[in-house]
Design a protein around this ligand. Structure first.
Ligand SMILES: Cc1ncc(COP(=O)(O)O)c(C=O)c1O
Length: 407
């Protein structure tokens, strides 16, 4: 069933804003999403009624805060198809989640001769931590190449993933191209070679049903702010067998069972990875965001966004001089990157802004990918559940005007 978008839009106060005298058309959802009232209220209600630190108190407020915080873990793990909060660590964002895998797993499990396999479309947040780990351990990075249609070359992946591979660390949905990668197949290839698979789910978890068990991934990282939640919170799913063996990334209060002057014994999972006062209010906001998404349904969200994106691609394809960097329909998601002959991507975004339309322009934290494609930057429209077909029309019309003004 198509969600009632008009009703959904009423839940997002920011969508009432005007930018340069025009109604806001927010098409920068891959960077960060807007927040519904239920998320904003969950955070402010927490501060108004239950604010306290967690874990350490026996007083009522601390008990309430602890319960809310733990329930947020449960909500997040269930959202991605897991069942135990021991497998769900709250972090600051996807970047921190990916760093935990690289530093806490990679630094202790890789050595010279080992290989880390990734794609050419990785976000810097996945690429750089593994560059660092490889530099320090002597392991090497290997890349799955792309086909001309901007999908992964799975035949080459089969040849590349072998007995030297220790981990495949790969993006689920590319933030620059919108390509949806076949994680299940890559996971199978990794596991057949006794390697692990770590998934950057920053652009998948917010937009489609994700089931970590079905994907059979060893780790899965995502961010709250890209799925209607607040900034400052992300999550890392990890299989119990791995998290149990891994050393914490940071240490300090709140993550120990016992401490002497000489040593410390770590707390149970997931707390051993959550040192210091955690991101309590953000976790509660994140939990409200998950409630909001689940009420609409992730399958419905995905199919509605695909309608928006496919319509946008069809309309963009009609414009002369416009090049779309987007895979075929079967591998496409709600992200549409493009360049326009004779106009720099930043100029496109700034002309769009004059019309109230928020687009992103740049390398989208995938500089090596841009270089490989022979471009400096793209303009990117990325959709979410509150966008409308009319907004796609406004965007296309504004783009035509921008194009004319430069010709
Ligand atoms: C694919 C991908 N990975 C990782 C990140 C990093 O997310 P965060 O900035 O929330 O850590 C992003 C953010 O744009 C992304 O799109």
């Amino acid at each position: 069933m198509t969600p009632d978008i008009g009703k959904i839009r009423e839940d997002f106060p920011i969508l009432q804003r005007k930018i340069n005298g025009k109604p806001l058309v927010y098409l920068d959802n891959a960077a960060s999403t807007q927040k519904p009232n239920s998320v904003i209220n969950a955070i402010s209600d927490f501060y108004k009624t239950s604010n306290s630190n967690v874990h350490r108190g026996v007083h009522t407020l601390s008990e309430e805060a602890s319960e809310l915080y733990e329930n947020a873990h449960l909500k997040a793990i269930k959202f991605i198809g897991g069942n135990s909060i021991e497998e769900l660590i709250f972090t600051k964002n996807t970047t921190e989640s990916l760093n935990i895998v690289a530093k806490s797993w990679g630094m202790h499990n890789l050595e010279k001769g080992d290989e880390v396999v990734m794609s050419r479309m990785e976000h810097h947040s996945n690429l750089i931590p593994w560059q660092e780990v490889c530099r320090k351990t002597g392991a090497s990075l290997k890349f799955i190449e792309m086909n001309e249609d901007l999908t992964l070359d799975m035949e080459q992946a089969e040849e590349l993933i072998g007995n030297k591979t220790k981990i495949v660390s790969i993006v689920h949905v590319s933030n620059s191209l919108g390509t949806l990668n076949d994680i299940k197949k890559l996971g199978k290839l990794a596991h057949e070679n006794s390697a692990l698979i770590n998934v950057d789910g920053a652009q998948s978890a917010p937009h489609m049903p994700v089931d970590v068990k079905e994907l059979d991934c060893d780790f899965f990282a995502f961010s709250g702010h890209k799925m209607l939640g607040p900034t400052g919170i992300g999550a890392l799913y990890g299989k119990h067998e791995h998290l149990k063996e891994m050393e914490p990334f940071i240490t300090g209060g709140g993550m120990i069972q016992e401490v002497s002057y000489e040593k410390a014994v770590w707390d149970e999972l997931p707390w051993k990875f959550e040192a210091g006062t955690p991101i309590i209010a953000q976790a509660i906001g994140f939990s409200a965001a998950i409630d909001y998404l689940e009420k609409i349904g992730m399958t419905e969200i995905h199919s509605y966004e695909m309608r928006l994106a496919n319509y946008a691609v069809d309309e963009l394809e009609k414009l002369d001089g416009l090049k779309i960097y987007c895979p075929p329909k079967e591998s496409r998601t709600g992200i549409v990157s493009f360049t326009l002959d004779g106009i720099h991507a930043h100029d496109i975004a700034s002309l769009m802004n004059e019309e109230g339309i928020a687009l992103r322009a740049g390398h989208h934290c995938t500089q090596p990918l841009m270089k490989m494609l022979g471009i400096e930057a793209t303009a990117r429209a990325s959709f979410y559940i509150y966008n409308t077909m009319e907004e796609v029309d406004s965007f296309i019309e504004a783009l035509k005007r921008a194009k004319n003004s430069f010709s």
